[in-house]
Design a protein around this ligand. Structure first.
Ligand SMILES: [Zn+2]
Length: 266
């Protein structure tokens, strides 16, 4: 949907991130830094990366990468990640055994201008692993390589959907994690049960196929991590999108723990 006729809502990345950056100064489990920075005509921009290390479990820490606001006009995911990490500072047991790398605002110029695309007018979520020259992609691909993640979760919101849904990319593990996450978050917002969502066949809010060039693990990474996209209905109240996302995230992590416990016992 073209949004050029709509008066732009200008947003401030610092207003969202600063309270959490302050918390990081006093919480050893939470660290923050620049994943990278770049220049546009509007000035200099930073992509901020947080890390949260949950209490130790008996296994090696499970590395999860969480990404939001690749589309700058979808702030709910960024707000959800910030709220969740703020809660984790006080209740770290909720992510026992996990090492989280969190980039709440992947597209800072789009976030500030409230546009889907970045400052160059490109949809960043079609640019991954295609030798893109966009600085955001260079920074994010570097994070995806360095993170060597066991799981990748990307958050979006969709103003054409009346309910929650997700992309599982046709992989069984992704589906096995996404199904209970949708079931749990459905207590907060309805699920989209349409037969077609976003131009793809869907069942019970699950889409198997996907667009080319979406944020994903490096193609050469072995084994490939679990890798899924969670979508909230953009026109629902933001607080509910945030709460539904946090419920979904914690369910995904709990289910992944259960999956690993079962596979170790096989
Ligand atoms: Zn999106």
């Amino acid at each position: 949907m073209p949004s050029s006729a709509v008066t732009p809502v200008l947003r401030d990345t610092r207003a969202l991130l600063d309270p959490l950056l302050k918390r990081a100064e006093h919480c050893p489990a939470l660290t923050a830094g620049a994943a990278g920075s770049f220049l546009s005509e509007g000035g200099s921009h930073e992509i901020v990366r947080f890390r949260f290390k949950g209490p130790h479990a008996e296994h090696d820490p499970l590395r999860i990468g969480l990404f939001a606001a690749l589309h700058g006009d979808e702030p709910a995911g960024a707000e959800a990640l910030v709220k969740w990490m703020t809660e984790l500072v006080d209740e770290p047991w909720r992510v026992t055994g996990y090492d989280l790398t969190v980039i709440p605002i992947c597209n800072p110029t789009g976030f500030e201008a409230n546009t889907r695309h970045n400052h160059a007018g490109l949809d960043l979520n079609r640019q991954f692993w295609q030798r893109s020259s966009q600085p955001e992609i260079t920074i994010l691909e570097r994070e995806l390589i360095a993170g060597n993640f066991d799981g990748i979760i990307t958050l979006h919101s969709d103003d054409t959907s009346a309910g929650l849904y997700g992309y599982a990319h046709g992989r069984l593990l992704n589906e096995a994690l996404l199904k209970p996450a949708l079931r749990a978050s459905e207590r907060v917002l309805p699920r989209n049960r349409a037969a077609m969502i976003d131009g793809f066949e869907a069942s019970e809010g699950l889409i198997h196929r996907c667009f080319e060039g979406v944020l994903s693990a490096p193609p050469q990474q072995r084994p490939q991590p679990f890798d899924l996209i969670f979508e909230t209905p953009a026109l629902a109240p933001v607080e509910l999108q945030v709460d539904a996302t946090i419920v979904a995230l914690e369910t995904l992590l709990d289910e992944y723990r259960v999956f690993l416990a079962h596979s170790i016992n096989l």
